[in-house]
Design a protein around this ligand. Structure first.
Ligand SMILES: O=C(O)CCC(=O)C(=O)O
Length: 245
């Protein structure tokens, strides 16, 4: 039995097999298929197109906020039991992102999640669910073990995703010889700390690689942006706390 808390604290990640059953995975993929074809409505500003082929999607944000089935899966007991071991019993949902990575899909350069999240302390955890088999060739995630212990690193190097400017961590700050590839069977998941340095390669295979990242935080966390921008984060387990998220 994996000691999830120890793995989370020491290495900043671990994996869990079969976090979804086959019918859940099929239902999620069917919903995604319908969103891609605009059969199921999803806010346009929550969809990002693939810069190499602007007729297909690269990313869909906020599925849990817009579709009940995705929200139900984010509360799945098996997932929350693992999350609870790492961040405690009071759990709120921060948000979610689906990374589509079709054949030819672009890489995601090295970054940490927390510098993009206005949440303190920087101790969130992401459950990244492989909705399809994930291999080295189709662009698996790559983690640098223990890099979450470095604190927040500067994201000062430009990275263009088509016309959109994004940022990444400069290469000279990264010990990429330590990097490990996270290949997963469809329905399995990796869990990573929000300060873990990670990236994913481009998809050089003829197979799609969909990964759904769900971000969780302790409900004792603090919102660090202005009050009027604070969303109403759903409580998934345990209690809410005054003056917290
Ligand atoms: O799925 C990917 O390619 C990147 C995912 C990622 O960076 C994340 O979940 O934080």
């Amino acid at each position: 039995m994996i000691d999830y808390l120890k793995e989370f604290e020491d290495k900043g990640f671990f994996t869990c097999a079969d976090i979804l059953n086959e019918s859940e995975r099929e239902e999620l993929l069917s919903n995604i298929y319908q969103i891609e074809r605009n059969v199921l409505g999803h806010p346009v500003n929550k969809k990002e197109m693939d810069p190499n082929n602007t007729s297909r999607l690269r990313k869909i944000n906020d599925l849990t906020l817009n579709h009940q089935y995705f929200f139900e899966i984010s509360k799945k007991t098996e997932i929350l039991n693992v999350i609870e071991k790492c961040i405690g019993p009071d759990i709120k949902l921060f948000g979610d992102q689906l990374f589509m990575k079709p054949p030819g899909g672009v890489e995601k350069t090295s970054h940490q999640d927390s510098p993009y999240f206005p949440i303190s302390p920087m101790n969130l955890i992401t459950c990244w669910i492989a909705l399809e088999d994930v291999t080295e060739e189709n662009g698996c995630m790559k983690f640098i073990p223990g890099s979450h212990q470095l604190g927040a690193l500067p994201h000062s190097e430009k990275w263009m995703v088509g016309n959109r400017e994004d940022m990444c961590i400069p290469k000279d700050l990264i010990q990429d010889k330590d990097e490990v590839s996270i290949c997963l069977k469809a329905g399995s998941a990796s869990f990573h700390h929000s300060l873990l340095v990670h990236r994913s390669g481009s998809n050089k295979s003829p197979h799609s690689r969909k990964g759904w990242a769900i971000h969780y935080m302790s409900s004792k966390s603090k919102w660090t942006d202005s009050d009027d921008l604070k969303p109403n984060f759903p409580l998934l387990r345990g209690a809410s706390h005054p003056d917290c998220v």
